[in-house]
Every structure is written in C-alpha cells, then in structure tokens.
Design a protein around this ligand. Sequence first.
Ligand SMILES: [Zn+2]
Length: 142
Amino acid sequence: MEAKEQTKVPRTLPELEKHTEAFWTGGQCGQLMINQCSACQHYIHPPVPMCPICHSRDVTATPVSGKAEIVSYTVNHMPWIPGLEVPYVVAIVGLTEQQGLNITTEIININPDKVFIGMQVKVLFEQHEEIYLPLFEPLSAT
Ligand SMILES: [Zn+2]
C-alpha cells in the first residue's frame, strides 16, 4: 500500500526531548507510544520522566492500542495562521488503556458537525519531518 500524500497543514511542532521522543516519533512504526511506569504499570501522559503515582523513574515508552473516546471537543472556526483550514475539531480523547489517560488532539476525516462526546476514535499519524503527530479519526471510518 502506498503512503497517502501528506496534507501540509501549518503546525507548531513540538521539541523532541528524551522522554517525549517516543510519543512524537512512534507514528513512524504506526504506533502510539505512551510512557508507562515499569514499577506500577501506570500510563503517564503528557510524557514525563517520573511516575506521578509511585515516583519511580523506571518509565518506558510502550505501544498502546490507539483506540480512544472523545471526552470533550471544540470546533475551531478561526484561521489562526495563514493556510490553516477551518473549521477543524480540537478534542480531548481518553485512551482505552486507562481511565483519565487523555490526549489533546485533532479529530479528522469527519464533518465537524458529526462529532460528539463519547464517539469512538482511533489514532492515525500526520508526518512532519521527524515528527509524527497523533491525530484521531472515527473508529468506523475505513
Ligand atoms: Zn509507578
């Protein structure tokens, strides 16, 4: 299967740090990588190098299913930067692996009017050089 041509949406890209690199580059292997504590198995996001539950520093980036549910969302109609296509959906999605394991992201491949809280979504990645931004689309999309 050929890779789809990437839409070049202007984006503010994250700085890569040791403990965030896996999250931002895991898409290269098609995997959403979330830091997980090796001591208590707690998933940690945003990625930080220490477990907030047991304070272990034994934290490892671990692939997760990439399946999530929309917790809240907002539809942005403002073209904040030139070339930004509106409207688009900014959402907080909760990963299925753990209650409260939320990611702020964008919901794509859907009419913004059709988005609702509780919608099941799955991850896909948008590549910008070495960064693979995790975005989400409806689980039912093919
Ligand atoms: Zn822990």
